[in-house]
Design a protein around this ligand. Structure first.
Ligand SMILES: Cc1ncc(COP(=O)(O)O)c(C=O)c1O
Length: 392
């Protein structure tokens, strides 16, 4: 049998700490490796596979798109899917216009360019981001990311990006000025450790952005599209952004992302200002419509109920292991168990027992399962985490 793991180790650049398992196939909320071992998946390709594995609608849609003979024609021409997806996304979110790309980082690059262009007429270039944030790995996006570990060795960063403290409005007030063109934040911080914004904080950001005519950008790459129990995480707070970025779940497993400009940010970019060869290709746009259909059918309210159940169950094991656990945080099915011990040891113990989980930040065990997960699957996951904690 082909040794895929050896092939990967000999041929891929070593930028990831990949576990020594090779996934062969998936069904529902389970993945199976090439050795035949089954795993209950609480990672979902890092908050991507919202509709689980082996989804019949996705299979049919791929065939439907290919029956026209292409996945891609570039943005020199329209295709039949991208306009439908943009109209639906604007309708669902309240946005005005959409730019498509392929990843979260690129969606944030587009947002940053809109912000800088918006500010350019009045010489405003400063962008405020936050401690513990994560916005991706391209240069603009890592500079927006307020964590030193991602900058180390890659200086110089993109200029005029500063960091305030998350959930601390006065730290934003002390940085914002007449040179500020944007504030970018995740309504629920993901990679930084599953940290939801406090209501007063996010509302205060909206007020400050309005006061200084800065654009408020919500990075909903991880917390958007039903994940937190609302179609978009900002809907928990009754605030609206000027720009929202989306990726991960939007393409049902294929690379796809969107930068949605709301009214104030509409029309800032003109022809020639920005582009992406693959952005809005027929396959990604057609697949995104399946997710939008699910959202219109009430996926997010199901997620809210399941998320509350799972949070309560995780709190039980958090209380049961006070020597190893600090607290449970998060919204919907974007949950984190903050630990006093290394998440990597717990992840390894869980994997032995057939459960995939991942970390966020330095101490948090992250749960971002497919949104179609069942209550029994949640019980199984919680039981395995309990066993893993007991074993350590
Ligand atoms: C909030 C947020 N923004 C941006 C990104 C970057 O997305 P990508 O890896 O698709 O570039 C991520 C990825 O984890 C993310 O969680």
């Amino acid at each position: 049998m082909t040794d895929y793991i050896a092939l990967a180790k000999n041929n891929l650049m070593k930028t990831y700490s990949t576990a020594d398992i090779c996934i062969d196939h998936g069904e529902g909320v389970r993945l199976y490796d090439t050795e035949g071992k089954s795993y209950l998946d609480m990672v979902a390709g890092i908050a991507v596979n919202a509709l689980g594995y082996g989804n019949e609608k996705i299979k049919k849609r791929v065939e439907e798109v290919m029956s026209d003979g292409f996945f891609h024609v570039s943005n020199l021409y329209y295709n039949k899917w991208a306009p439908l997806a943009a109209e639906r996304l604007n309708r669902l979110s309240g946005g005005s216009e959409v730019f498509y790309a392929n990843s979260g980082a690129e969606a944030n690059e587009a947002a940053l360019k809109i912000a800088r262009k918006y500010g350019s007429a009045s010489g405003r270039t400063k962008v405020i981001s936050f401690s513990h944030s994560f916005h991706g790995r391209t240069y603009g996006a890592i500079t927006l990311t307020g964590q030193d570990k991602y900058h180390k060795g890659f200086a110089p960063m993109v200029p005029d990006i500063v960091y305030a403290e998350y959930n601390n409005l006065s730290s934003v007030s002390s940085l914002i000025d007449e040179k500020t063109c944007a504030i970018i934040m995740e309504p629920v911080q993901g990679e930084g450790g599953i940290i939801p914004a406090e209501e007063e904080f996010i509302k205060g950001l909206r007020r400050l952005a309005d006061e200084y005519d800065a654009l408020l950008i919500f990075d909903c790459v991880q917390c958007g599209l039903g994940r937190t129990g609302r179609n978009f995480a900002f809907k928990h707070y009754d605030v609206r952004p000027d720009i929202m970025t989306l990726a991960k779940a939007i393409g049902c497993g294929v690379p796809f992302s969107a930068t949605v400009a709301f009214s104030k940010a509409k029309g800032v970019l003109s022809p020639g200002d920005h582009a992406s060869t693959f952005g809005g290709n027929a396959l990604s746009a057609a697949l995104s419509l399946i997710l939008f259909d699910s959202l219109e059918d009430g996926l997010a309210s199901e997620v809210e109920k399941k998320g509350e159940y799972m949070k309560a169950r995780l709190k039980e094991i958090c209380d049961k292991h006070p020597d190893k656990c600090v607290e449970v945080r998060g919204l919907g099915l974007m949950l984190g168990l903050d630990l006093k011990i290394s998440p990597s040891a717990v992840i390894a113990e869980c994997r032995k027992r057939g459960l995939l989980v991942c970390s966020a930040g330095y101490t948090v065990l992250r749960f971002v399962p497919p949104l179609v997960i069942g209550y029994e699957d949640i019980d199984e996951a919680v039981r395995i985490v309990d066993e893993a904690l007991s074993a350590l």
